[in-house]
Design a protein around this ligand. Structure first.
Ligand code: ZN
Length: 353
């Protein structure tokens, strides 16, 4: 027998094992792509969606994959605990650098929290979306520089809503020359540092709010042109009076900047804040789920939420799931049940249709 054929006899079983292992790991929801410079860790959900996960999401995926149909969610909690232990031991990595998540779109900020900040290059200036807390700004600035830009190139600060964890640093950027874009109904709240902004956050947070007046107040329905970017404004009120989502198309894909209104896998907004309104929220989710441009229905590809896992495809799925979850929550509340929250993964596991 010749040397090459002996080699191929050896190679085939090795390849088979390798493919099986990779397939198994992907099916288990393990990390399937190794990050390069500025590329995020990407995980696969049980329904074949590519996401940039948090540790919590990895734990939820592990629980989901450990369950057999019909088993209650809680019977899989050990699988989630194992993921958290592995993460604590450094065996699971969720990278913590600026991530290039789409064409000239980066997720930046400190990734030891669930808080998502986005940077978008329009070709004629940068958009900083939800720059978040003051204490993160040195890191945000360093990351902007690390990507080859200057903080002075931030021409627009777009806020999904007035809550302090999204817009506390707004005035810092405005003083540097950036124009602030905010939902009209949230503008007076941030300008006056009202209870809507911060009263809920930490007891002393109200004193930490810096008043910030919006330069451009939006109500929904506008299309803003920033450089080469057309930003579609969608009224998403309910979480706060002026919560707003922003949609744009790039490289043929629809991106939704959803703030707190739609989160990964149908996780819904926290609704315990001042002036939160469930009825408005449900109506807003309907607008998002059936959003159209020039009469053409839009299906969102990427979901760029204010917290938690980022979705690189199938974003529309989460918009529709959130609407379904909130509709069921509102119905239960109207029936007198004192329920404030549905947890997305367990809820979906137990209510698949
Ligand atoms: Zn919020």
């Amino acid at each position: 027998m010749s040397a090459p054929s002996r080699m191929s006899r050896l190679l085939i079983p090795v390849l088979v094992v390798l493919i099986a292992v990779i397939g198994w790991r992907a099916w288990q929801g393990a990390t399937i792509e190794r990050p390069g410079p500025n590329l995020p860790v990407v995980a696969m959900t049980p329904w074949g969606q590519r996401i940039v996960p948090t540790v919590d999401t990895l734990a939820e995926i592990a629980i989901w994959n450990s369950l057999k149909p019909g088993q209650p969610w809680n019977s899989g909690l050990a699988a989630g605990k194992e993921v958290r232990q592995k993460y604590a031991a450094g065996k699971i990595k969720v990278s913590r650098t600026p991530w290039a998540i789409a064409d000239r779109v980066w997720a930046i900020g400190p990734w030891n929290t669930e808080q998502n900040i986005y940077l978008i290059d329009t070709g004629q200036g940068l958009i900083l979306f939800d720059p978040s807390l003051d204490l993160y700004q040195p890191e945000v600035e360093a990351q902007i520089r690390g990507l080859g830009f200057q903080p002075e190139q931030v021409k627009w600060v777009v806020l999904s809503h007035c809550h302090i964890d999204h817009g506390q640093s707004c005035r810092t950027w405005q003083k540097r020359g950036a124009k602030v874009i905010l939902g009209a109904a949230d503008a007076p709240e941030l300008e006056q540092c009202s209870d809507v902004v911060a009263a809920w956050f930490v007891p002393e947070a109200k004193n930490r709010c810096t008043p910030c007046g919006a330069d451009i107040k939006v109500a929904g329905g506008e299309v803003l042109q920033f450089g080469d970017l057309k930003l579609h404004v969608i009224d998403s009120s309910g979480h706060t009076p002026g919560s707003t989502s922003f949609a744009f198309q790039r490289s043929g894909k629809w991106h939704l900047l959803s703030g707190d209104v739609v989160l990964h896998n149908g996780r819904h907004a926290w609704m315990g804040g001042n002036k939160a309104d469930w009825g408005l929220y449900l109506a807003a989710l309907g607008r998002l789920a059936r959003f159209s441009v020039d009469g053409m229905p839009v299906r969102f590809d990427l979901l760029l939420p204010g917290h938690g896992a980022i979705e690189l495809d199938q974003g529309q799925r989460s918009v529709e799931l959130t609407e379904r979850a909130v509709r069921s929550l509102v119905a239960r509340r109207m029936a007198g049940e004192k329920v404030e929250r549905l947890y997305a993964y367990p809820w979906l596991w137990e209510n698949p249709n």
